[in-house]
Ligand binder design. Structure first.
Ligand SMILES: [Zn+2]
Length: 283
C-alpha cells in the first residue's frame, strides 16, 4: 500500500487543489464572466446578461430520466438514482488508487504513472456512451458521461483513506491533428473539460503534443507497441512542470502504453505525481 500524501476532504467541494494555483493567468482562463466578451465590467449589457444567466441557473427544471422515465430535477438526462445504479470500482479498500488492486496492478506492471483512477471496466453503459460519442459526436452521450464523472469524483472524495492528489495540471492525452480534424474533437479533451469544471481550473491542452500518427497496434507485442510510441509525443518546453501534480486524462486504458510513454516524458521534465484518469479500463 502506498503512503498517503494528501487526503481528500470528505465534504464538498469534493476534491480541492492540493495547493493554490499560483499562476493568475491560469485562473483567469477558467472564468466565465461575460464582461470579457461584452466590453468590460462596467458594461450595462454585460451586467444584464450576467444577472439573467444567474437567474436561469437557479430555475429548477423538471425532466424525465432517459432510463427510468421518472421525472427528476437534476441537470442531466439521467436521474441520480439511475446514475447510482451504474457499478463503479470501489475505492474504499485501495486508498483511492486502482494500482493497489492486485489484479489491476498485474495489468500495468510497468506503469510509469503513480496512480490510476477509472470509473468502471469497459462495459455497459459507459462503453456504449463512449462509442456513440466517438463515432457520432452525440452531445447527448457527453452529458451522460459528464454526469457519471461528477458522480465518480464525489464518490472518490468520500474515501477518507484516499491518496488522491488533486491536479495542478489537467492534461488530456492528445490525438494527432489529422485525426482531430476528421473527428472534430478529442474525446480525452472533452473528459478533461468535465474534470476542469469540477476542480474549477483550466484544461491544459498545450502541455503535450502528439507529433506523429499512431500506427495500427493490433496484434503487436508490448515491446513493439512501446517502440512505435517512442517519439510520438513532445512536451511544450515553455511550461515548467517541475514538482507539479498532473492528471493525465484518457477515455479508455487498454495496455497503458500511451499513458506510459507520456508519463515517461512528464517525469523526465520533473513532474512529481502523475494520476492517470480514464473512464474505463478495457481488460
Ligand atoms: Zn432514472
Amino acid at each position: 500500500m502506498k503512503t498517503s500524501k494528501s487526503n481528500l476532504p470528505d465534504r464538498e467541494p469534493a476534491i480541492v487543489a492540493q495547493k493554490p494555483i499560483n499562476n493568475p493567468s491560469r485562473r483567469e482562463s477558467s472564468g466565465n464572466s461575460l464582461s470579457r466578451f461584452t466590453g468590460g465590467s462596467n458594461s450595462t449589457l454585460a451586467q444584464f446578461f450576467e444577472r439573467a444567466i444567474n437567474k436561469l441557473q437557479h430555475i429548477q427544471v423538471t425532466r424525465r430520466c432517459v432510463y427510468c422515465h421518472q421525472s427528476h430535477s437534476g441537470h442531466t438526462a439521467i436521474c441520480e438514482h439511475c446514475l447510482s445504479l451504474i457499478p463503479q470500482f470501489d475505492y474504499h479498500k485501495v486508498e483511492g488508487d486502482l494500482l493497489n488492486r492486485p489484479e489491476i496492478f498485474k495489468l500495468f506492471p510497468r506503469a510509469k504513472f503513480d496512480r490510476l483512477l477509472a470509473i468502471t471496466p469497459h462495459q455497459y453503459p459507459l462503453n456504449l456512451w463512449l462509442t456513440q460519442l466517438k463515432y457520432t459526436g452525440s452531445l447527448t452521450y457527453l452529458t451522460h458521461i459528464n454526469a457519471l464523472i461528477t458522480e465518480h469524483l464525489k464518490r472518490l472524495a468520500k474515501v477518507s483513506s484516499s491518496s488522491v492528489v488533486a491536479p495542478d495540471y489537467l492534461v488530456p492525452v492528445p490525438i494527432f491533428i489529422k485525426k482531430w480534424q476528421r473527428r472534430g474533437f478529442n474525446q480525452s479533451y472533452l473528459i478533461a473539460q468535465q474534470l476542469a469544471r469540477y476542480f474549477d481550473m483550466p484544461v491544459d491542452n498545450d502541455v503535450i503534443f502528439r507529433v506523429k500518427q499512431n500506427v495500427a497496434q493490433v496484434n503487436q507485442s508490448g515491446a513493439q507497441r512501446r517502440k512505435n510510441l517512442r517519439d510520438n509525443f513532445e512536451l511544450n518546453s515553455d511550461v515548467d512542470l517541475r514538482g507539479q501534480s498532473i492528471w493525465l486524462v484518457d477515455d479508455v486504458i487498454t495496455t497503458g502504453s500511451t499513458l506510459n510513454e507520456i508519463s515517461r516524458l512528464l517525469k523526465a521534465a520533473g513532474v512529481k505525481t502523475i494520476t492517470a484518469y480514464a473512464l474505463t479500463i478495457s481488460l
